[in-house]
Ligand binder design. Structure first.
Ligand code: AP5
Length: 269
């Protein structure tokens, strides 16, 4: 069992102000007040964003991992592989939001307006959703794999305020031209939840092919908007986790991408 000791300090921040802040529309917020209060683990060092893991640390039993990357960089695909091997609870902000939309809740209706435009959904909807899921007994017991959250410095600060600190931050690095191709060819199996791609990861049978669905925001036009939003926010998030980031070449074959991630996780587990 291993623990990376995080230096924690209580922040004077009022969480209500985080909930009402509207993500990337308030960038100065992070740099003025929040950043100095954030203290993420200092070891191990993944500082140069390679896979050199500098671990003179104790092992971790229930790992807490964040995975980030541009739209269609392969977060969901890698999460399937990671959870299969490491048994972590996969918590995807986008999936939580789509579940609200499917249920027709007020939050879901509001969230869809933002998702249609490729914008970040406001914190007052998404932060509590993620916090509640992270607090469930299975996440606490097994550890978690947080996918697509935080996407702004205010979301990162909210997590910190609630006491959720990651051991490792995985960044999938994929060139922009590949991303559009991945998005338009992506299909989902509503029965198994598995992610397919018509070209790179086709369904195994005619039966599965017949039931595949496409996400409402998986068009070339919408992914460009999502990319813009991602590019506006990514640096502010990365700067908060720089000491625990491992940067992975996400343009490789999915098994090769997983091999890179596995190598980093194996050092922790
Ligand atoms: P979300 O659902 O998180 O979408 P996203 O970030 O755009 O990421 P994707 O799910 O599109 O892609 P992915 O990286 O998981 O790729 P995948 O593995 O499927 O968010 C949707 C929206 O919700 C946001 O736009 C926002 O509005 C809102 N939202 C979400 N989180 C929020 C937050 N924290 N705050 C506010 N709003 C939030 O792979 C894509 C395709 O590529 C697949 O077909 C797959 O088979 C293929 N593929 C994957 N890896 C490879 C590979 N190595 N080689 C070849 N093909 C591959």
């Amino acid at each position: 069992m291993a623990i990376f000791m995080a230096s924690t300090s209580s922040s004077s921040l009022n969480f209500n102000s985080l909930l009402s802040s509207s993500n990337h529309h308030s960038p100065s917020f992070a740099h003025q007040t929040l950043t100095p209060h954030l203290h993420f683990p200092r070891t191990p060092s993944f500082k140069h964003l390679g896979l050199k893991v500098n671990c003179s640390v104790k092992k971790i039993e229930n790992m807490k991992i964040m995975i980030s990357g541009a739209p269609a960089s392969g977060k969901g695909t890698q999460c399937e592989l990671i959870t299969k091997k490491y048994g972590l609870v996969h918590i995807a902000a986008g999936d939580l939001l789509r579940a609200e939309i499917a249920e027709g809740t007020e939050n879901g209706k509001r969230a869809k307006e933002y998702m249609e435009k490729g914008d970040l959904v406001p914190n007052e909807i998404v932060v509590m959703m993620v916090k509640d899921r992270l607090s469930q007994p299975d996440s606490v017991e097994k550890g978690w794999l947080l996918d697509g959250f935080p996407r702004s410095s205010s979301q990162a600060t909210a997590l910190q305020e609630f006491g959720f600190k990651p051991d490792l931050f995985i960044l999938l690095d994929v060139p922009q031209d590949i991303l559009v191709d991945r998005v338009v060819g992506r299909r989902l199996d509503p029965v198994s939840g598995k992610i397919y791609h018509l070209k790179y990861s086709p369904p195994e049978s005619e039966e599965i092919a017949a039931r595949l669905t496409q996400r409402f925001d998986d068009t070339e036009e919408k992914v460009k908007l999502r990319l813009e939003t991602h590019n506006q926010n990514v640096e502010s998030v990365l700067s908060l986790y720089q000491d625990i980031i491992v940067k992975v070449d996400g343009s490789a074959d999915k098994d090769d991408v997983f091999a890179q991630i596995d190598k980093a996780l194996a050092k922790l587990s």
